[in-house]
Every structure is written in C-alpha cells, then in structure tokens.
Design a protein around this ligand. Structure first.
Ligand code: AMP
Length: 175
C-alpha cells in the first residue's frame, strides 16, 4: 500500500489510440520523481518474496519500469525488442495484434537455462504482448518467477490469460 495517490498521477485519455480505448498515460506519473520512485518501491516489495535472477521487459515502456526495478532489486536487466533492433543472434516470437502480427526478439544468450526471471511491463491489458515475452524466456529455458505490472486493467482478461503465472500489479483499474 502507498500513502501517495499514484492513480491520481495517471492521465486517462479517452479514445486513444482509437475510439473506445481508455488509454492510461503513465508519462504524467513518471515525470513526478517521488511518485515514480514509490511505484518502483511497491513493485520491488512485491517481488522480494520471490526468487529471481533477472528482470526481462519488452520495449518501450517496459524498459522504463523494468530497468528501474532491476536496479532496485540489484539484478540484471534483459531487453526484449521489436524486430531488427538487437545486434546479436536472436530468438524470435510472433504475436497477434488486433490487426495483423508483430514480432519480438531477444538475444539467444540473454537468459540461461534455469535462470529465474521477473517479466515486467507497464500495463496488463489482454496480456498478448507479455505472453510473447514469456514464450521467449521459456524457449531458452528461463523459469518465470513472476509477471509484474504497474497497472492492471481488471476489466480485460489479462490475468485470466496469464493464469499459469504469478501476476503482480501495483494499481488495479476497474474502468
Ligand atoms: P496487451 O498485449 O493487450 O496486454 O497490451 C499491450 C501493451 O499495450 C501494454 O503493454 C501496454 O503498454 C499497452 N496498452 C494496452 N492497452 C492500454 C491502455 N488502455 N492504456 C495504456 N496502455 C495500454
């Protein structure tokens, strides 16, 4: 729990990026130093009960939270990126967007067999992006310790789609 109104620091933008989507803009929270730090403190507190060796996040907003969380927890950070950005040998996974497909990549040697991983992103919506990230980690033999989000949209089936995993979130939004 936090004494700070973190939810009040979000900017909710209706109909972005298209009609019907209520977009949770975290930039208004991130630019507030104490609020950003409190988010990371709360995520870290929930992670500390688990065993983990690494934090893995998909770009781009995942990097902001995942990087800070890895630093706070004192473990390494692994980036998962869009196609063509990583310079070394990659493992690749495709995932479904609302229209069409997209690709995520991770270096083949980024996670070792048996390493325990916390996967982090900003928002859990349907869980599609994070599932593709989880697949990459598991394909190279990593073990998912927890999946952590700053925001969980409880009106979408993200948690249900990730029911195999231990899901952590700091802010649960019902609308
Ligand atoms: P999903 O794969 O449906 O869980 O969502 C993919 C990504 O899109 C999430 O990691 C978020 O960064 C972003 N996203 C989806 N829905 C929203 C939303 N309503 N507000 C802000 N970001 C969102």
């Amino acid at each position: 729990m936090s004494g700070m109104d973190l939810q009040g620091k979000l900017r909710v933008v209706p109909d972005f990026p298209k009609p019907g989507i209520s977009f949770k803009d975290i930039t208004t929270l991130l630019k507030d130093g104490p609020a950003f730090r409190e988010c990371i403190r709360l995520m870290a507190a929930q992670c500390r009960g688990r065993e983990f060796d690494l934090v893995v996040s998909p770009e781009a907003r995942g990097f902001i939270l995942g990087g800070a969380l890895a630093y706070e927890l004192g473990v390494g950070f692994v980036p998962v990126r869009k196609r063509g950005k990583l310079p070394w040998k990659v493992i690749r996974g495709e995932y479904k967007l609302e229209y069409g497909m997209d690709t995520l990549e991770m270096h083949v040697d980024a996670v070792s067999r048996g390493q325990r991983v916390i996967v982090v992103d900003d928002v859990l919506a349907t869980g599609g992006t994070i599932s593709a990230t989880l697949d990459l980690v598991e394909k190279v033999g990593g073990v998912i310790s927890a999946v952590a989000f700053l925001i969980e949209l409880t009106y979408l089936p993200g948690r249900e789609n990730l029911r195999k995993y231990d899901v952590i979130s700091v802010l649960k939004l019902e609308s």
